[in-house]
Design a protein around this ligand. Structure first.
Ligand SMILES: Nc1ncnc2c1ncn2[C@@H]1O[C@H](COP(=O)(O)OP(=O)(O)OP(=O)(O)O)[C@@H](O)[C@H]1O
Ligand code: SF4
Ligand SMILES: [Mg+2]
Length: 375
């Protein structure tokens, strides 16, 4: 079956001197590669208006740090890929690169191939902004961890969903009234009771779980094929978290939705994902079917992560296992295996060159030739 999303050798770098200079605004987007000039476009956020100023600018190559390094993975139609890793491992940067909402200073290289409907795959890093804008919502949509920061506090939630429908629907003559009607249908799809009345509420009138449902309604309103969910349940208490996971499973079933589901919570990933990708310090260290990752992890980092999760069998008399040390700062990533300073299995060669990904079983890859010797 053709792939829906095929990310190849994705690298995202940030210039060091600009790193803290200016906070990222979602109203700014950028596309560029290490080899080509970067276009800087202002006012092209998800819900932008017609007015737009484009300012092409040339970027020389200042010293930079790589937040994502040579990352490759794919998602088939209807599949859920779980992306896990500690804080700072590059999960959000990866998702923002896919939906092309990284700040203008980011330098991006590689390919992000997306197959929209029956059309052949296009490289999201190269299509014009206008095309990308239509794709956001109708092809790929995103939900974030904290809905309160993504929703407009002074706008009724129904209007916000309708605005997303109007901004991304390709059919020319969709009217406000129709968009409002579709917003109510989307609220119904995410099981918000009495959606006609709730659509008139402002975000502060809704609970956290309800606000996340509104975000999901906004995301699915234009029937995307791929939903990127960046820690969608982390800000919610466990009961509401379970409800949102159940809702996402239902929507997946109903609309054949594929998902890139980002979380640092392995328990959540084990519930939703078909396959799992593990990131460490910007690189992919392990990729495989959920069953393989959870039952026979092949990378020492994944093994450490799994040991750190308490289960019913965990001996409560002993302290929980942890991985000694911390994720290296982007400015001092070790030249060889980035996990080497924390790894109990390291050999001298680990410190000199980036280890290759080894296929330990069909479809199961791990970046550790020491624990998984090349045959
Ligand atoms: N705009 C930016 N400029 C410079 N560095 C950035 C920028 N955005 C992210 N980074 C850096 O890139 C690295 C990866 O960040 P990212 O947000 O992708 O991590 P994450 O895996 O999503 O972590 P978390 O679990 O905390 O959300 C971090 O070191 C972060 O500081
Ligand atoms: S390559 Fe070496 S340092 Fe890296 S995980 Fe494997 S054994 Fe550990
Ligand atoms: Mg993140």
């Amino acid at each position: 079956m053709a792939l829906l999303l095929d990310v190849r050798h994705l690298t995202v770098e940030f210039p060091i001197q600009n790193q803290m200079a200016r906070p990222f605004s979602p109203l700014e987007t950028s596309v560029g590669t290490a080899d080509s000039p970067m276009e800087v476009r202002r006012g092209t956020g998800i819900l932008d208006s017609a007015s737009r100023i484009e300012e092409p600018s040339r970027i020389t190559s200042p010293p930079s740090v790589a937040a994502v390094r040579g990352l490759s993975f794919s998602i088939a139609p209807g599949e859920v890929l779980g992306l896990v890793g500690e804080s700072g491992s590059g999960k959000s940067v990866t998702s923002l690169a896919i939906i092309r909402l990284l700040p203008p200073q980011a330098r991006i290289s590689g390919e992000i191939l997306f197959t929209n409907g029956k059309r052949s795959a296009c490289n999201l890093l190269q299509i014009p902004e206008e095309e990308m804008r239509h794709l956001r919502g109708s092809g790929i949509a995103m939900i974030f961890q904290e809905p309160m920061t993504a929703l407009n506090p002074v706008m009724r939630v129904g209007d916000q969903i309708a605005e997303a429908i109007l901004a991304h629907d390709n059919s020319k003559d969709i009217r406000k009234r129709e968009a409002w009607q579709r917003a109510i249908e989307a609220m119904n799809d995410v099981a918000i009771s009495d959606p006609e009345r709730r659509a008139r509420d402002y975000p502060h009138q809704l609970s956290g779980g309800m606000r996340q449902r509104v975000m999901i309604a906004t995301a699915i309103a234009n029937r995307p094929q791929l939903l990127i969910a960046d820690e969608p349940t982390t800000a919610l208490d466990v009961t509401i978290q379970a409800q949102i996971l159940e809702l996402l499973a239902e929507l997946r079933e109903k609309f054949g939705l594929a998902m890139l589901f980002i979380s640092h919570d392995l328990a959540v990933i084990s519930q939703v994902a078909d396959r799992v990708a593990v990131m460490y310090a910007g690189s992919l260290v392990e990729l495989g079917a959920k069953h393989d990752i959870f039952n026979s992890p092949a990378h020492p980092y994944t093994r450490g992560l799994l040991k750190a999760v308490p289960t019913l069998k965990t001996n409560r008399a002993r302290p929980l296992e942890t991985i000694e040390g911390t994720v290296p700062s982007l400015q001092v990533i070790p030249p060889g295996c980035s996990f080497e300073p924390r790894c109990d299995f390291r050999v001298p060669a680990c410190a000199t060159a980036l280890p290759p990904l080894v296929e330990v079983a069909p479809g199961h890859w791990a970046r550790c030739p020491v624990v998984n010797p090349l045959k």
